[in-house]
Design a protein around this ligand. Structure first.
Ligand code: GAR
Length: 202
């Protein structure tokens, strides 16, 4: 079985990257992580990739005059590595419309809320302030708008009395580590694809 060559884009800790790498160790997993790109040279996830002997590339966004130039460098790295799918895992940059169009249907993102609720940053603060009784995580196809796009997978956890951003965040993160590998598996297997701006399940 040919496994789908997949890159992971990160900006930080890389715990979701770790869960994708671990899932991809299973011989029957349909995707293979072949490249990790970080826009931050000190991202913790780079060490996780290196330990797994996955090639890494640091592309610091500050070195580019525009969003398009930065995205062109990412695009070139993805093409050079012959990548077919991209997973954004805590990658904290917004892409240009050019990049989104070029990679349409081939980029997934994970977000620690039940989108469309609470996009952006300070997600668990937003959830606690709103008083929701469940929260969770969402894996979706990338669109030009931040943390929005056709949903591939979602799962929820309870918000418990006395929860802090840390306790809720930890509960959601544990779930993220299960949901992202499942979602990537579905897309890599061709069981879900983007058609006319919708996630179509086969
Ligand atoms: C994760 O919680 C992910 O959902 C979130 O950043 C964290 C990265 O953690 N992403 C977003 O908020 C995207 N808008 P990690 O580096 O340990 O995977």
């Amino acid at each position: 079985m040919a496994r789908v060559r997949t890159a992971v884009l990160i900006s930080g800790r890389g715990s979701n990257l770790g869960s994708l790498i671990e899932a991809a160790h299973a011989p029957d997993y349909p995707a293979e992580i072949v490249l990790v790109i970080s826009n931050k040279p000190d991202a913790g996830g780079l060490a996780i990739a290196a330990r797994a002997e996955i090639p890494t590339k640091v592309i610091p966004h500050r070195q580019f005059a525009s969003r398009e130039d930065f995205d062109a460098a990412i695009d070139a790295a993805l093409r050079e590595a012959d990548v077919s799918l991209v997973c954004e895992a805590g990658f904290m940059r917004i892409h240009s419309e050019w990049f989104v169009k070029r990679w349409e249907g081939r980029v997934l993102n994970i977000h620690p809320s039940l989108l469309p609720a609470f996009p952006g940053i300070h997600v668990h603060e937003q959830a606690l302030a709103a008083g929701v009784k469940v929260s969770g995580c969402t894996v979706h196809f990338l669109t030009a708008e931040l943390d929005s796009g056709p949903i591939v997978a979602q799962a929820c956890v309870p918000v418990l009395p006395g929860d802090t951003t840390e306790t809720l965040g930890a509960r959601v993160l544990e779930l993220e580590h299960k949901v992202y590998p499942e979602a990537l598996g579905l897309v890599a297997n061709g069981k879900v694809e983007l058609q006319n701006a919708r996630a179509v399940f086969k």
